[in-house]
Design a protein around this ligand. Structure first.
Ligand SMILES: O=C(O)CCC(=O)C(=O)O
Ligand SMILES: [Fe+2]
Length: 288
């Protein structure tokens, strides 16, 4: 890259960082929900427990819709290189709620007009779309962000003994190859869809560097900031999903990006996934 190219790349990164800083600070301390409490001290990264955010029935509907279409599959990790792999770093399964979002309106129309099984499929997609949008809207309201900054939801399921080892939810800087379209995740909200009893002895969300553990309660959520004031990944929020010993654990990832998503960007990402380019696999940071 010549000098001019390098200057442009540097300028783009500088502007991008400014935007990211603004995006992360804009949200600080603003949670539009009375049942929320901060779990960390002032100097530590912001982590909040938000109690009673969702009714169990609304969350059960999401899981049922996902199971109906056999949407849970072994969780993948997108590496820093952008490659998608399954390994022992994460043994749970997950269901990205991309399917309803990615079905174009005219395709739905077409299915509906075909009647029979096609019409049934259309109504299933619409149901799922409504359920997903209602949850996204609620989360955006409570966090205080534009709902277009909420990434497609991801349900996660752990059978007894399954876990997600310590990781960051951020995309690795500076390239963020694991992202949809170059965005960074400013915040994560993890919503619990099932209960894990104290007696189970596992199943919590654990922040080892901060000494914080939260046991899942249906409808509660934990919201944390992934970036420092400078807009860089805040490694103190490294976290893990500890294996439940006897229960099944269900949760939902609600990631907030530093910019709005467009469905076009997500479709382009999907197409790229369908035809992976050969690439060098060098990443050490896992997410997703
Ligand atoms: O299940 C948990 O407690 C954590 C899940 C998580 O961190 C993730 O899916 O990124
Ligand atoms: Fe995570």
């Amino acid at each position: 890259m010549g000098l001019i190219g390098a200057c442009w790349a540097w300028r783009r990164r500088g502007l991008d960082r400014l935007k990211r800083r603004a995006a992360v600070q804009e949200l600080s301390g603003v949670i539009n929900w009375t049942g929320s409490s901060r779990l960390t001290k002032e100097d530590d990264p912001e982590i909040y427990l938000i109690q009673g955010l969702f009714e169990a029935s609304q969350l059960e509907e999401l899981v049922a819709l996902c199971e109906q279409r056999q949407g849970f599959a072994p969780s993948v990790q997108r590496q820093a290189s952008g490659d998608v792999i399954v390994n022992q770093h994460r043994t749970s399964s997950s269901c990205p709620m991309l399917w309803p979002l990615m079905t174009p309106k005219d395709r739905l129309e077409q299915l509906r007009s075909m009647g029979g099984n096609e019409a049934k499929l259309a109504s299933q997609i619409e149901k799922e779309l409504q359920a997903v949008e209602a949850v996204q809207r609620r989360c955006a309201e409570v966090i205080g962000v534009d709902e277009n900054r909420i990434e497609p939801l991801q349900l996660v399921k752990y059978l007894p003994g399954q876990y997600y080892s310590p990781h960051m939810d951020t995309h690795e800087e500076p390239e963020r190859k694991s992202s949809y379209s170059g965005e960074q995740r400013t915040h994560t909200m993890l919503v619990f869809l099932s209960e894990v009893a104290e007696e189970d002895g596992g199943g919590h969300l654990h922040f080892p560097r901060l000494g914080i553990s939260v046991l899942p309660r249906v409808g509660d959520a934990v919201l944390w900031r992934n970036l420092t004031d400078d807009g860089e990944p805040d490694l103190r929020v490294l976290h893990e999903g500890v294996a439940p010993k006897q229960c099944q654990k269900l949760a939902m990832n609600v990631w907030v990006a530093d910019r709005p998503f467009s469905l076009n960007a997500i479709s382009a990402w999907q197409q790229k996934q369908a035809q992976p380019e050969p690439s060098s696999s060098s990443g050490s940071q896992f997410l997703d």
